[in-house]
Design a protein around this ligand. Structure first.
Ligand code: UDX
Length: 438
């Protein structure tokens, strides 16, 4: 008989995991304390934008394999319980807030069947899994707990969940690994690399991977600063070093840096945890990674001041992009939106466009102006800032839009526009890490 799965927490990670596991043929029940979320998901609707997820979710609900509940007692029938709740940054510090993870365990512990497994997927500070396992065994000695971090990227969540590039399972007992092998049988058949680890290593894999990615991005943004100072071009530099397979070309896109719900908070939580462990020196460099990342935002604002004037009072600024990256409506720690808010706070009149993220951006910064049409955003602009590399912005015809703006000046904060095209159309083209002398 196929295993029955429960998924606790139906945010980004949980909703995707639940739908994908159902599509593999498991009976899945998703649980969340937020009644409105459950109501929406039960109708096959996803409360955020993720390509392909809504279709998959409603298909699985129709098949009868996927259901949602806000009554935790309904999970008692499941054999494996995935904890997928959020671990946001605490309000007054860098550490991760474990309130939701802890309460998920408390809620589920006594419901787990003898021989049943709780599997943590949330990103947690190293040491959490062992603590949770001890607590689980205290409440329910016949249950076990494993850690199975996820590496899904927003915009590719379904693909990354169904076809991950590796599966990492932190376990104490062979029986826990066996259960997880049953859950991921399809991936194992497809030869997905399988890494068995102990609990702390499994937890660390996730933060180490995100720290490495953040380091790669900040490295290239540091090179961008040097290129600017020396009159070089970071896009050419990135291409050239990326041909070395030891370096690789991915995550070397220089620009306004990383944001989102994971990278920034994960490197900060890692530093906080390392300090608790007495190993802060080992990840001291992450402070610099964070600083380089935040500096990229300031460098865009400096370019704006250089081209307009130090005093931004009343200047009309058009901003293309609010999401932290394309194909997402997520504005958590979005570099684009942060820049928009800072420029507005300096007195400019800022209009922001984004194909998907306006509703979320509006909630965060209600005082910004938003437009749902690119031309309306650009109208009479004294400068245009390209801050999230949505495909539609690369398709803008610079000749056509030149007549709409007041000054044809564009700053490409993502190094994704065709500089030659914009310059030949008569635009002053600025970019991070590239010579800005025209
Ligand atoms: C990340 C990890 O990639 C994923 O494995 C983990 O599970 C969750 O965190 P995500 O937050 O969806 O995923 O975004 P990602 O694609 O990693 O991009 C993060 C940020 O870095 C974005 O703001 C993006 O614009 C920026 N970025 C990425 C760059 O500035 N340059 C690059 O070369 C790549």
């Amino acid at each position: 008989m196929a295993l029955k799965l429960s998924v606790i927490g139906t945010g980004y990670l949980g909703a995707t995991h639940a739908a994908c596991m159902a599509s593999l043929g498991f009976d899945v029940i998703g649980f969340d304390t937020e009644a409105s979320k459950i109501e929406l998901l039960s109708k096959g609707k996803v409360p955020f934008y993720e390509p392909g997820l809504e279709e998959l979710l409603s298909e699985q609900i129709k098949s009868g394999r996927l259901t949602f509940t806000n009554n935790v007692a309904d999970l008692a029938d499941a054999d494996v319980h995935f904890i997928c709740v959020g671990t946001p940054q605490i309000k007054n510090g860098n550490a991760a807030d474990l309130t939701y993870v802890n309460s998920a365990l408390e809620a589920i512990a006594k419901l787990v069947k003898p021989g049943g497994l709780v599997v943590g997927k949330s990103t947690v500070p190293v040491g959490t899994a062992t603590k949770l396992r001890n607590r689980l065994l205290e409440l329910n000695p016949k249950a076990d707990l494993a850690w199975n971090p996820e590496f899904l990227r927003e915009g590719f969540a379904v693909e990354d969940t169904l076809r991950p590039n590796r599966l990492v399972v932190g376990v104490v007992n062979d029986s826990a690994e066996q259960i997880l092998k049953e859950v991921y049988a399809t991936n194992l058949k497809d030869k997905t690399p399988w890494v068995r680890a102990d609990l702390p290593t499994a937890e660390l894999v996730k933060v180490a991977a995100n720290s490495f990615l953040a380091t790669k991005i900040s490295f290239i943004n540091a090179m961008a600063e040097i290129c600017e100072a020396a009159g070089g071009d970071v896009t050419v530099l990135a291409k050239a070093i990326g041909y070395d397979p030891r370096i690789g070309s991915r995550f070397l896109q220089a620009g306004i840096g990383f944001g989102g719900g994971c990278l920034p908070k994960d490197i900060r939580a890692f530093m906080a945890r390392a300090e608790e462990l007495g190993a802060s020196q080992a990840v001291e460099f992450l402070k610099e990674i964070d600083a380089i990342n935040l500096r990229a935002r300031q460098r865009v604002i400096e370019l704006v001041r250089k081209d307009l004037s130090d005093d931004l009072q009343g200047k009309k600024v058009a901003i293309l992009g609010a999401a932290f990256k394309p194909d997402s409506d997520d504005v958590r720690d979005s570099p684009a939106l942060d820049i928009a808010a800072q420029i507005q706070a300096a007195g400019a009149v800022v209009t922001v466009h984004d194909p998907k993220a306006i509703a979320n951006a509006q909630k965060r910064f209600p005082a910004l102006n938003f437009a749902d049409d690119v031309n309306a955003t650009l109208k009479d602009a004294e400068i245009v800032l390209h801050l999230t590399e949505w495909k539609i912005y690369q398709e803008i015809d610079p000749v056509k839009v030149k007549s709409i703006v007041k000054n044809p000046i564009v700053i490409d904060g993502r190094n994704a526009l065709d500089r030659h095209l914009w310059q030949s159309a008569g635009w002053k083209f600025r970019a991070l890490g590239r010579s800005n002398n025209e």
